[in-house]
Design a protein around this ligand. Sequence first.
Ligand code: UDP
Length: 140
Amino acid sequence: MAVERTFSMIKPDATKRNLTGAITKMIEDAGLRVIASKRVWMSQREAEGFYAVHKDRPFFADLVAGMTSGPTVVQVLEGENAILKNREIMGATNPENAAEGTIRKTHALSIGENSVHGSDAPETAAEEITYWFSQTEIVG
Ligand code: UDP
């Protein structure tokens, strides 16, 4: 299995509830390493650009409003099979459908306030890492 890098976010609904450490511990306990991390308060433009793929979806305005409502912790994670592994520990998008023990089952409030983001494929991981981090900020 290959060592991969993926992009992760601890969303404002979680940072507001002081869950940055608890969620990062779940990521580390699953064997992934945090090799870059910073706290950002997204602008409207940054949130719209990051989620541009969803711009025509009915939930887009609420998504952008949520992402600009408080601080987000953006991270790069590294490990064996990191992209799929992070999706597994996150759980399903809607926490009602998320498996026991996942981050979203444990901490998410709703589909709109679902605490974390994780890249879904190698191409999106590379794009999303570059969107938020310069090379010098990533220390593997
Ligand atoms: N989202 C929402 N309502 C929906 C679908 C998605 O509010 O019906 C939000 C939710 O916060 C989700 C984000 O939009 O995390 C991106 O959606 P995606 O389908 O990419 O889910 P993810 O990859 O985050 O599980």
